[in-house]
Design a protein around this ligand. Structure first.
Ligand code: C2E
Ligand code: MG
Ligand code: MG
Ligand code: MG
Length: 289
């Protein structure tokens, strides 16, 4: 995209190599970038919190923070509509930092409001892009967020896509130093990348998140999930299944000893107010869902 963009602006004579569709696509990307940069400052971005539960007992173990953008004149946008654009520039670092600070601050407030300050309380998982993780000062940035909020590092999970890690070995040392702070690392969308079974044991990660595409009732998928759970456990990692949409899938995960699960069958992503209600119910002993 950068090369295309430069060519377009290199001179009038070169614009003709683009058809109208491509030009419209590029213009739209620039629009999104400019509007999102403004929107971050104008509080148009907010975070939803999807519960993650213990498969065996059903208890809440944490929330995954998921960005949403209420774009004026357009409506509510899911990350697919703006994260890929943001990833083309340093804008993704601003977005990831914003979501991180927001989620870490929110969990700290929940812990205070609901008396969750003991060890083993719910965690918050934040998705980060490779570009953010590659920043030389990323460990300082994360530490500053935790200190500012007063949240123990053990309450934070950083999620990075399996594909991103494999493509950029430099990220591994940053992940290692983040884990040194006490932050956990989850390999997101596991099963969609190319990590070898042998490499898993040596990666600086704590958790595998099995991609939702494998969480079906298809017996072939179910055998793969059982294998991924066993492989993770053999490598000393915990496993979260994501995109669980059916009771039968959750039952199967229990039989396969999967540690935790999230998905529409467990709960949709929640607003802050809905997640607060859930925490209140959880503290008084009611199960999630
Ligand atoms: P992800 O980290 O794999 O997050 C899970 C996605 O699956 C979320 O989509 C969630 O709403 C959706 N989901 C949850 N349960 C189910 C289910 O049962 N069925 C199905 N079909 N989908 C389910 P969402 O919120 O649209 O996020 C999409 C992706 O955007 C995320 O995938 C993550 O990679 C990225 N993302 C979200 N927030 C951020 C952010 O703050 N920074 C960065 N860099 N990426 C983000
Ligand atoms: Mg994720
Ligand atoms: Mg995922
Ligand atoms: Mg996904």
């Amino acid at each position: 995209d950068a090369a295309v963009y430069r060519a377009k602006h290199a001179g009038r004579g070169r614009v003709e190599i683009f058809d109208d569709g491509l030009r419209a696509h590029i213009d739209e990307r620039r629009d999104v970038e400019v509007a999102l940069r403004r929107g971050l400052a104008a509080d148009e971005v907010h975070v939803l919190y999807q519960p993650v539960v213990d498969v065996a007992g059903g208890a809440l173990v944490g929330f995954e923070a998921l960005a949403r953008w209420e774009r004026p004149g357009v409506g509510l946008l899911a990350p697919e509509a703006f994260v890929p654009v943001a990833e083309q520039s340093d804008l993704i670092c601003e977005l990831d930092r914003w979501v991180l600070a927001s989620a870490v601050g929110q969990l700290a407030r929940w812990r205070a409001e609901h008396d969750l300050a003991g060890a083993g309380g719910p965690t918050v998982s934040v998705n980060v892009s490779a570009r953010f993780l590659a920043e030389p000062r990323v460990t300082d940035t994360v530490l500053a967020c935790l200190v500012e909020a007063g949240l123990p590092a053990s309450c934070l999970v950083l999620e990075i896509a399996e594909r991103a890690v494999v493509e950029a070995p430099v990220l591994l040392s940053h992940l290692a130093s983040l884990r040194g702070l006490g932050v956990s690392v989850a390999l997101d969308d596991f099963g969609t990348g190319t990590t070898s079974i042998g490499a898993l044991r040596h990666l600086p990660v704590d958790t595998l998140k099995v991609d939702g595409r494998f969480l079906s009732t298809d017996p072939a998928d179910q055998r793969l999930v059982a294998l991924m759970v066993a492989t993770a456990h053999a490598s000393g990692l915990t496993v979260v299944a994501e995109g669980v949409e059916q009771a039968a899938v959750l039952d199967r995960l229990a039989a396969d000893s999967c540690d935790a699960a999230q998905g529409f069958h467990v709960s949709l992503p929640l607003t802050v107010a809905q997640a607060s209600d859930l925490l209140r119910a959880e503290v008084s002993g009611a199960p999630v869902g």
